[in-house]
Design a protein around this ligand. Structure first.
Ligand code: SF4
Ligand code: SF4
Length: 339
């Protein structure tokens, strides 16, 4: 029987404030594709290619296996494996036909305790499902756009037959072996009565399921115009305004072209370099990242050109990752770090 639980994070998460500064990031995000076959009305992809290129420097790139191999080799320079390598990003990972091969290479290299994919699952054919399970994938995290064909048409402009989508997921569940299947949808894709129906449908064909509360992550997208209660975070929790963004203290993200940023936001806050010309270990230990951490601890993100546009700390940050109460102690540790 499936659990009702947000599909990000794991049980037994460490208290981040006690662990930082980290010798190596806990999470490495790999963005296999800047392209998506959907145009969800709460996503930057809905604004079209010209806006993506101009505002976010996204030009439909796909990560190559050469770029991935560089990431893998450089990752071996850290003192321990990542807790998580996540194939995700601001496009659809399964648009990249090399994705199963990428999962296999990461698993074989032993650079991660866990490997997952975040996907809309529309391209999850039986063959791809088999390839991902054979590659050793640990978790497939699926974001649905509702539980009807009409909801798909309304939300992402693509009238995907929901019965077909459901059949693909049921097949994956049957053959998943050790892999887990987590499924969620956004509250804006469901009418009130459909919430229970969502949980009923997925109770016996997923390992975890949840309905997220979507927030305005991107400017100019359609649903930001709707009047909604935004006082809760994505997981339906209320909390004080978060002062420090925790992501850069435990995360690196590699864009399809090899660019590296210390968070997964579309704004590419504080770029650290490119894996074709630099090294991930050096980037993690760079003065550029150190100064970015200090900026966060000084609560200056509201004046940072990228962070000031971003709601991630108040939207997706886990309680156990909050650094707000421990700012002074962490700053002291950073000041004492060897340069
Ligand atoms: S499937 Fe994901 S990346 Fe694609 S448009 Fe929807 S939210 Fe954006
Ligand atoms: S506030 Fe947003 S842009 Fe800034 S570091 Fe956090 S996730 Fe990245």
């Amino acid at each position: 029987m499936s659990e009702i639980k947000p599909f990000s994070g794991v049980d037994g998460r460490v208290k981040l404030a006690e662990a930082v500064p980290l010798e190596a990031p806990f999470t490495l995000n790999l963005f296999p594709s800047n392209l998506c076959n959907f145009r969800c009305n709460y996503c930057a992809q809905s604004r079209g290619g010209a806006v993506l290129a101009q505002e976010y420097q996204m030009n439909g790139e796909m990560m190559t296996l050469d770029t991935l191999d560089r990431v893998i080799e450089q990752s071996k320079g850290f003192t321990r494996p990542y807790k998580l390598v996540s194939f995700m990003g601001h496009g659809e990972p399964l648009c990249n036909p090399d994705l199963p091969e990428m999962v296999q290479r990461v698993k074989q290299a032993g650079i991660a305790e866990r490997v997952d994919i975040i996907t809309n699952a529309s391209l999850l054919t039986a063959r791809t499902a088999q390839a991902l399970v054979s590659a050793g994938l640990d978790v497939l995290r699926v974001s649905l756009q509702g539980i009807s064909t009409e909801s798909y048409r309304r939300t992402c402009g693509n009238a995907i037959p929901f019965e077909k989508m459901l059949a693909q997921l049921q097949y994956f569940y049957q053959i998943r072996g050790q892999c887990k299947l987590f499924v969620k949808t956004m509250d804006v894709t469901l009418s009130g009565e459909e919430n229970q129906e969502f949980y009923r449908i997925f109770a016996n064909c997923t390992d975890r399921m949840y309905i997220d509360k979507v927030k305005p992550v991107y400017s100019g997208v359609e649903y930001t115009e709707q009047e909604r209660d935004l006082s809760e975070d994505r997981y339906g929790k209320r909390h004080e305004d978060r002062r420090v963004c925790a992501q850069p203290f435990y995360m690196l993200s590699v864009w399809p072209d090899g660019d590296v940023a210390p968070c997964d936001a579309i704004y590419r806050a504080n770029p650290l370099g490119n894996v074709h010309t630099g090294d991930l270990v050096d980037m993690w230990r760079s003065s550029s990242l150190l100064e970015f951490w200090k900026m966060q601890l000084n609560c200056e993100r509201d004046t940072h050109p990228a962070c000031s546009k971003c709601c991630a700390p108040n939207d997706v940050q886990h309680e156990s990752d909050s650094l707000d109460e421990d700012r002074a102690a962490i700053m002291q540790k950073l000041e004492e770090m060897p340069q």
